[in-house]
Every structure is written in C-alpha cells, then in structure tokens.
Write a protein that binds this ligand. Sequence first.
Ligand SMILES: [Cu+2]
Length: 340
Amino acid sequence: MEPEPDSGKKSLTRRDVLKLGLAAGAAAAAAAGRPLHDRVTAAQLVPPAHSGHGDFSGTVGDVDLSRFDPTEFLTAFDWGQESAGPDGRTLREWEVVAVDREIEIAPGVFFPAWTYNGQVPGPTFRCVEGDRLRFRFFNRSSHPHTIHFHGFHPPSMDGVEPLVQPGEEFIYEFTARPFGVHPYHCHVMSLKKHIHKGLYGTLIIDPPGGRPPARELVMVMNAFDPNFDGENEVYAVNTVAFHYMKHPVQVRAGELVRVYLVNITEFDLVNSFHLHAGMFRLYRTGTSLDFFEWTDTVTMGQGERAVLEFILEEPGRYMFHAHQSEFAELGWTGFFEALA
Ligand SMILES: [Cu+2]
C-alpha cells in the first residue's frame, strides 16, 4: 500500500479500503460459489482517477440487480392496503418485517445489513395528509428494533419504546401529518449502528390537493462502513455506488422532475446534492408549497430532507453528485439522462 503523499506514515485511505473491499468481496464471492458475474477480477479494481476518459465510476461490472435495483426503487411508492377507516378517513395498512440480510453495495462488495422488508433503503411509504396509517411491525431480526417516524404522532407511537424484541411485533398507528418528506428509522441504541446497518426509509405525505404532476423520484443519500472502522467507505444515493452512472435516471427534456431527497448518512456530519447544468426549486422538508430557494446545491445534516423540483431543458446527460468531492468519488455520483 502506498503511503499518502503528504504524510510521513503509512495510512489506508478510504479509497484504498474500497479497493480492498472489492478484493475481499471477490474472494468471498468465489469462496461462497457465487455466480461468475458476482465475482470481481483484478482488472476490475480500477481506482476512479485511473478509470479512463468519461468514466468517473470507480467500479466495474454491476451488482445483482435481481436482488435490489436502485432504478426500480426510484419510483417504487408503496401506498399500502387502502380501506375506509371507521371515521370515514382513508386507512392505509402495511406490514413491515425487520430481517437481517446481506446486501451488495458495489460490485462484489457485500454488507451484512439489517433491513426493513429485506431492502435498503426500506420501502417508500406514501399517503395523503389526514390518512390514518397503520404499520404492523414484525421483528424477524436477531436484534431488538423499532420504527421511529419523523412528523406528528402520539409519543406512544414514536418508535423509541417499547423495543420490539426478536420474534415480537408492534403496531404503529397514527394520522399522517404534516405533508412533506419524512424519514423513518430504527431508534434502538446504539443508534448509529442500527441506522447505519440499513434500518431507514422514507415516508412521503402528500398535501391534500397533491402537488403538480411531475416525474417523481426518491433518493436517499446513504453510505456504508463495510470494514466497521467507524468511517464510511462507500457512498451512494439508494445504496449502490455509481449505480446511476451506469444506469442514468431517464427523464424527458422539458418535463417537471420532482426528487424527494433524504439524508440518512451516518458518521459524516453532512451530505449534499448538486445538480449540473440546471437549477432546482428547493422545498425544505417539503412542508410548504412555496419554495425556499432557487439553487443547484443543497447541504443537509442527518435526518434533513427536501423536495427538489427542476426541468432539464435540453436533451442530454446531466450529472448529479454530492458536493463533498470525496463522497462523489466513493460512489455518490450519477446522471440524469434527459430524452428528447
Ligand atoms: Cu434497530
């Protein structure tokens, strides 16, 4: 391992660790007899700086998209089982199961996640302000977990206590308010561990009259610490490093695009979203229909979220990435592809 150029001692950079992780992932995949496409060869261990013209992606190959496809996740809104509640309000019901599952965060890099419904991020739940929401939570994991939603609800429904032990269940029920974008996550100590391991997702509460028609997308800024040293080595939106470089997010030139953006990144103080060649209207927390600012970059602490609205005016590829360059180079970079 090369020492850092400006330091007297040998130290592993986060990027070195990503490379080591790729190698370890390849060895593990081979040992586990995974199919060939899951394995990583030495030729695939290409650091971003040397990956060639026009390719910022520091990974080669693809994750197993049949297990989790970040492109499908973008538009997977789960409205739950809808019925008329006793008071005439719409009742929406979901089943949420906490389950331990290994996930693939970059080609050949596996992470022993704790998940809601087997996926990271968890499902994007969606409803309208005033709906009655009922989440039946089953803990099939090996540790106690909860679901803590942001937004208004009785303190008894706050997901801090009781702890839901392995094999137990709990029903969270409350009325959806206020409209906006609200993260949800496990709230068991050690909090950073339970969140970082993958127990988080997004609850979107629509305004009673809805928002203007748009191409709608969910993006959860997240990161992973596969070597458990308390620092992230892999960054992404929606879990898989560089996924939207390899599979650009397709929209139409001239159409309104709406991104529900959440920052759940553990360990780092802030994360950010930057759009190239355009600007977006920023609705912080999504709780007002008047936009806060017209900008191309938004920076968020953990738990902050926003609605972004923009139009990509001309056909072509528009890059988007964290404006922490380090995060961008460790996976948090993608393209929108505006089609004519
Ligand atoms: Cu937990």
